[in-house]
Structures are given as structure tokens and as C-alpha cells.
Ligand binder design. Structure first.
Ligand code: ZN
Length: 204
């Protein structure tokens, strides 16, 4: 069975608390510190303390610890966003993401009403239509995506200000057409962006 790194900690104590919480929920976990030499092994560390669980338990373990689940994006969805980003160039391209709590299942490539290279507003009629269609497939709108035609996929202060917060996802495609095809996803709490791990799932 393969294990994955569920979380990283600065202090071994914090990792041990999380491990205990998981164990009490019936989820086996291991705390691993990469270098435990020195006078107070594990007491204070400049090294990585990690919490590992079996891959099959990862979802439940994150749930128990209140850690964000990674955002699963099918490769086809990423391709569609990249194509729409290229099509919209030099303006920002935008759209919506629909899916379930286990990931994105549907992408909408919509019109940027502002036709701007630095701002976007999704056409409200299209937004409404997309939401209705998603609903018909039993999916929810998880968030919005847009391109940064000349920048990287890092969330901007404007993006943060415009995010409704909660579980709403802001996904950004960066500098397509140039070297990077990276996508990054965030949610926000107040003025703080919280980056979500993105897992691009190959489509069979
Ligand atoms: Zn942006």
C-alpha cells in the first residue's frame, strides 16, 4: 500500500497531535522527521516533519483534520481551459467549473464581458445558463476560472477581493502560449488566499 504526505509541520508536537486525532478516528498515520539529529531531537526543527497516511485513507484523513482536499481536474477540462485562454488572447478568458465534492467534472468556457487583458466579468446570462445546465446533471458550480494572459497563475489582489470566499474556487491559467501551462487553484478566507493542490487526472 502506498503512503502519501498528508501535511507538513514545523514542530513534531503538532504532527503528533494530528496523528493521535487520526488514530482515534481509526486512521493509521506515521510521523516522520527528515533529520532528527542534534541535542533535542524532534523538539524544535528546521527540518521537515511530515504526517503520512495510506493513500486510500487520504480523503477521510483530510476530512478529520479539516485540511483542504486537493482539487481534481480532468485533463480534458484543463485542455478546454487552455484552448479558451488561447482563443481569448490577448484578453482574459473566463468560465465556470462544475462538479461535486470529489472534483471538477464540467468546465464552461464563457464570455468576458469586459474584453480586457487585466480584468474579467462573466456574462451574467451565460453564468445563469451554465448554472442551470450543471444542475440538470446533478452538479454544482464549484467556482470560476480565468486566464492571466501575460502573468503567471498566481491569484491577484483583485481576484482575492472578488472571491466570494467559503468553498468557492478561483482557478487561474497562466501565460499559455508561452512556456508555462500551469494552472493554480485557490479559495479565500477574508483577504487570505489558500492555495489548493491541483491534481490533473489523465482521461482514459
Ligand atoms: Zn486574475
Amino acid at each position: 500500500m502506498s503512503t502519501i504526505v498528508l501535511a507538513e509541520y514545523l514542530f513534531r508536537g503538532e504532527a503528533e497531535i494530528s496523528r493521535a486525532v487520526l488514530e482515534s478516528a481509526g486512521i493509521p498515520a506515521i510521523v516522520k522527521a527528515e533529520d532528527e539529529g542534534g541535542l533535542n531531537p524532534g523538539f524544535y526543527s528546521d527540518f521537515r516533519v511530515t504526517l503520512l497516511v495510506n493513500e486510500a485513507d487520504a480523503r477521510d484523513a483530510r476530512e478529520v483534520l479539516g485540511i483542504d482536499q486537493p482539487l481534481v481536474v480532468p485533463a480534458q477540462v484543463r485542455e478546454a481551459m487552455m484552448a479558451h485562454s488561447l482563443w481569448g488572447y490577448p484578453n482574459e478568458a473566463c468560465g465556470l467549473l462544475a462538479g461535486t465534492e470529489t472534483g471538477v467534472e464540467m468546465v464552461f468556457c464563457l464570455t468576458n464581458r469586459l474584453a480586457s487583458s487585466t480584468r474579467y466579468t462573466i456574462d451574467p446570462r451565460e453564468h445563469y445558463g451554465a448554472a442551470r445546465l450543471a444542475e440538470r446533471y446533478g452538479l454544482s458550480i464549484l467556482g470560476a476560472w480565468h486566464s492571466h494572459p501575460n502573468g503567471d497563475a498566481t491569484i491577484s489582489p483583485t481576484d482575492i477581493a472578488e472571491s466570494p470566499g467559503g468553498s468557492w474556487i478561483t482557478l487561474i491559467t497562466g501565460r499559455f502560449g508561452k512556456s508555462s501551462e500551469a494552472i493554480r487553484a485557490y479559495r479565500t478566507e477574508g483577504n487570505s488566499p489558500i492555495e489548493l493542490e491541483v491534481i490533473v487526472e489523465p482521461t482514459a
